[in-house]
Design a binder for this molecule. Structure first.
Ligand code: ZN
Length: 582
């Protein structure tokens, strides 16, 4: 979606359109007073004091009509410059503009205002030449906004809108907005019963509802199975840690602002962990290791906690409590290349299962000219950077290089989301520092104690963010293997076909298919529509013909064709599809 603020031409247009909006509001509500009307990424808004009047969504059309009328009149937009004294005089009746003018420095600011027909507004500009140019706009929504963003101040009304050069551009943008709204994981998550929030529990703390838990468990099983096959060992460590643990790891010095504050008991302090690395370091240190034992791959599906400002918290995409699909690989320097390759292969394998195609690898290397900006010795950096580059080339992955890695070379996978956001899903990070800080060691071939290298890696990353991403990609139509309900059975007539429906349900349940039976006394059409709204992949319709022939008739989500096959065929098909992750 286009960023209006970054586009110079559209930015001027949208700001001019904010004036047009104010003029129209002034015509319809003569007592209206105006605070500020800036351009934002999505278009523009204007904050308005309407006294006791309230503008509702349905009033926006009326305001738009007035704007169109003014635009047709085609008045020129004229700039005047004035002194501070003149400006104060001119806006004498308007406490909001007076507030703005009073804060302007008369010596280094040119105070200007713009007039179009019967309306003048204090403004720095620039603007388009005539209101005639403002024809293709739309008012999007209205909400409350405290004056100067301070809850102690009066609540103003904020009207949002957007303006384009052509009607096609505007329509295209509105369609994209509509699509983004439909894809918003917060809405889908609520509609499908995936997760919920409650202020009483706390901001940014998601609670996973039964349907959401099914999706999470399916993902956890999926990734855990893959990891077990690749020689990862799963562990579980506590969500709390002693502050000393984070002092040792360095997080206390560098990451404290993003952590919840410490809880002090007797003579100890504990914190909720923001990540799992320190626990895993200590776990590795617990045993003596020989070079023959390496690599050791410790994995955990772990709960982590980070302090996100309340404005930054967003659905399950950014939360204060989340679950990571995390792992730390402890290896010898000569194993870096093969371990790195193993992780990249796993990432590619997982992305293939999910059908992700639009992604790029970003390899972050040290800033060679700034030795104080990275940790560890150059020889090791040089060697591993070269190896990582080779691995990437071998896999044929699309990658680009960047500078600025600090603890070791790092690889991020950037995925383009359906609404155009760049999302980092997976990361691999080599780390020379934590092994030092925790004094990790293994015994090499010469019977010497030496440091291992640590590789941090996250594949699905935060499960919460991953599910947000999936919901937005699929508009909530999850693939069969992840769908909370995979099959919905509707008997045509409860009196005659319910027994058969129950029989089919039991058979499917035996094969671990997640199945529901809709035996409510509702019309068939109604139940089928609801099955669509709940985004269930398979809807079975079982009537007399199906009962007589031992068959099943089904509809796929989004389709309007009914297919009839034998129940055995159906079971084989659905088992196969779950297995193949179709
Ligand atoms: Zn880590």
């Amino acid at each position: 979606m286009i960023n209006i603020k970054e586009n110079e031409k559209l930015s001027i247009m949208n700001h001019s359109c904010a004036h047009l909006l104010a003029q129209a509001v002034k015509h319809l509500y003569p007592h209206a007073m105006f605070w500020v009307g800036p351009v934002i990424e999505e278009g523009f808004y204007y904050d308005i004091d309407l006294g006791n009047d309230v503008i509702k969504e349905e009033d926006l059309e009326k305001i738009e009509r007035e704007m169109k009328k003014i635009s047709k009149d085609g008045k020129r937009i004229v700039r005047h410059e004035l002194t501070k004294e003149e400006a104060l005089e001119m806006f004498l009746q308007d406490p909001y503009k007076i507030d703005l003018i009073e804060r302007m420095d008369e010596n280094d600011t040119v105070i200007s205002c713009y007039t179009q027909g019967d309306f003048t507004d204090l403004c720095r500009g620039p603007h388009v030449d005539t209101v005639k140019e403002l024809r293709h706009f739309k008012l999007l929504k209205v909400s409350g906004a405290y004056w100067k963003g301070d809850a102690k101040n009066k609540m103003l009304q904020r009207i949002y809108g957007v303006c384009f050069e052509t009607e096609e551009d505007l329509q295209e943008h509105l369609a994209a907005l509509e699509d983004a709204k439909e894809r918003d994981h917060r809405k889908i998550g609520k509609d499908l019963g995936i997760f919920m929030f409650d202020e009483l529990v706390g901001k940014g703390l998601p609670m996973w509802l039964p349907n959401g838990f099914i999706v999470r468990r399916a993902l956890v099983d999926y990734i855990t199975d893959k990891e077990v096959n690749l020689g990862y060992q799963h562990v579980m460590t506590p969500s709390l840690g002693n502050v000393d643990l984070y002092k040792t790891s360095g997080h206390w010095d560098h990451y404290k602002e993003d952590m919840f504050p410490s809880m002090d008991l007797d003579d100890e302090s504990y914190v909720l962990r923001p990540m799992n690395c320190p626990h895993h370091m200590v776990m590795f240190r617990n045993e003596l290791h020989s070079y023959r034992d390496l690599p050791i791959r410790i994995a955990e599906i772990a709960n982590d906690f980070r302090y996100e400002a309340s404005g930054a918290v967003c659905g399950i995409e950014r939360t204060r409590a989340f679950t990571q699909n995390d792992s730390h690989i402890f290896c010898r320097p000569d194993q870096i290349k093969s371990e790195f390759k193993g992780v990249i292969d796993l990432i590619l394998d997982v992305y293939k299962d999910f059908g992700f195609k639009d992604y790029r690898f970003r390899l972050s290397l040290r800033d060679k000219n700034n030795a104080e900006k990275y940790f560890g010795n150059d020889e090791l950096w040089e060697k591993s950077e070269q190896e990582l580059r080779e691995v990437l080339k071998e896999t044929g992955a699309d990658f680009y290089e960047a500078e600025g890695a600090f603890y070791g070379p790092k690889l991020d996978v950037q995925v383009k989301s359906a609404i155009g956001h760049d999302v980092t899903l997976s990361t691999i990070q080599l780390d020379y520092q934590l092994p030092e800080r925790f004094e990790l060691s293994y015994i090499n071939e010469n019977n010497e104690k030496v440091r291992p290298v640590v590789i941090h890696r996250a594949i699905l990353g935060s499960l919460d963010r991953f599910i947000a991403f999936l919901l937005e990609e699929t508009k909530g139509v999850l693939p069969l293997w992840l769908a909370p309900t995979q099959v919905n059975i509707i008997p045509v007539n409860n009196e005659y076909h319910l027994e058969y429906a129950k029989e089919i349900m039991l058979v499917l349940k035996n094969y671990k298919v997640r199945v529901e039976l809709d035996d409510r006394e509702e019309k068939l059409g109604y139940k089928m529509r609801e099955s669509q709204t709940k985004k269930i992949p398979y809807t079975l319709i079982l009537g007399q013909k199906e009962l007589d022939n031992g068959e099943i008739s089904y509809r796929l989500h989004g389709g309007d064709e009914t297919t009839t096959i034998s129940k055995e065929e159906f079971i084989t098909m659905i088992k196969e599809q779950v297995k193949e992750k179709n």
